[in-house]
Write a protein that binds this ligand. Structure first.
Ligand code: SIN
Length: 291
């Protein structure tokens, strides 16, 4: 059993936000999904105050050992989450729910936290200050002082554990983590995607409808390891490590670098059962794992 921000988790493997749609997966896999749920806690896709359509297609580009996405945080908005998704998640999820949220201003974030405060199903909140695919996505998250000020503003609005999802697209990720801790964050999670660009064949400009995107997958694993290690040496709050985790050995590396939990992202698109497999490999000591 792992203790994380007051939550008791079966193992240290959770999903990265936006990389496992549990309600869609349930439609495909049925009740079996919940009987053998791949993650020790479930992190929702980012919820914003108002509904968002997301970025125009194309939204994905496969690169060598990675995936560039420019999704743009499509979601039905806070009200639809509260009225539709949350009751469905409350009825089905066998593990604690961490709701990921983003606001364009501190006031918006505060409004979302106020609304989630009364929801017992929400065990913790992950604050996305790191999306590279929306105009306001990482302006605050890349600035340690701005991040601390944001946390000071929103921290009093929630009694739930607050996890701050950090961007790797900054000069000093450890300073950003320290800013989050100074503002009252209970944990930090990293790394979100690295800003990246794919050009359309034939020289007609950017391939992705949103212009640039965010790179994830094995290509960013060593960057994640370096940043998690730096952050874990700087802060005293727990760290959730992620970035290209595809095996128990990858997860072990992040734990050894100082993470308390590990999140699986892109690998879940290839193997929806990756969370359970990685937790099992970690438990087995990953002796048989090939990269
Ligand atoms: C997206 O929806 O654009 C990806 C989410 C993120 O990078 O935070």
């Amino acid at each position: 059993m792992i203790e994380f921000c007051g939550l008791k988790l079966r193992h240290p493997v959770i999903n990265a936000s936006g990389c496992f749609d549990v309600l869609a997966a349930a439609r495909v896999f049925g009740d079996e999904l919940f009987e053998q749920f791949p993650f020790a806690a479930y992190v929702s896709k980012t919820i914003t105050l108002r509904a968002r359509a997301g970025n125009p297609p194309p939204r994905l580009w496969e690169s060598a050992a990675g995936l560039i996405n420019s999704i743009g945080l499509p979601n039905g908005g806070l009200r639809a989450y509260l009225e539709t998704d949350l009751p469905a998640l409350a009825a089905a999820l066998p593990v604690p729910l961490i709701t990921n949220v983003m606001g364009s201003t501190p006031e918006e974030v505060g409004e979302i936290l106020d609304a989630l405060e009364a929801e017992a199903t929400v065990a913790a909140i992950e604050l996305n200050v790191s999306c590279p695919n929306v105009a306001t996505g990482l302006d605050i998250g890349a600035d340690p002082d701005g991040l601390e000020a944001l946390l000071h503003h929103v921290r009093p609005r929630s009694s739930k554990p607050l996890i701050v999802k950090l961007t790797p697209n900054t000069a000093d990720v450890a300073a950003c983590a320290a800013g989050a801790q100074a503002g009252g964050a209970d944990a930090v999670s990293l790394i979100n995607t690295l800003r990246a660009l794919a050009l359309a064949p034939g020289g007609s400009g950017a391939w992705l409808g949103g212009g640039s995107g965010g790179l994830s997958g094995p290509a960013i694993r060593t960057v994640a390891l370096a940043q998690v290690s730096r952050v874990a040496q700087r802060v005293t709050i727990p760290v959730v490590g992620m970035g290209g985790v595809a095996s128990g050995a990858d997860a072990r590396d992040l734990l050894d670098a100082g993470a308390t939990l590990v999140a699986v992202g892109t690998e879940s698109f290839r193997d929806p059962a990756a969370g359970s497999r990685i937790a099992r490999e970690l438990d087995d000591g990953f002796t048989q794992i090939a990269h």
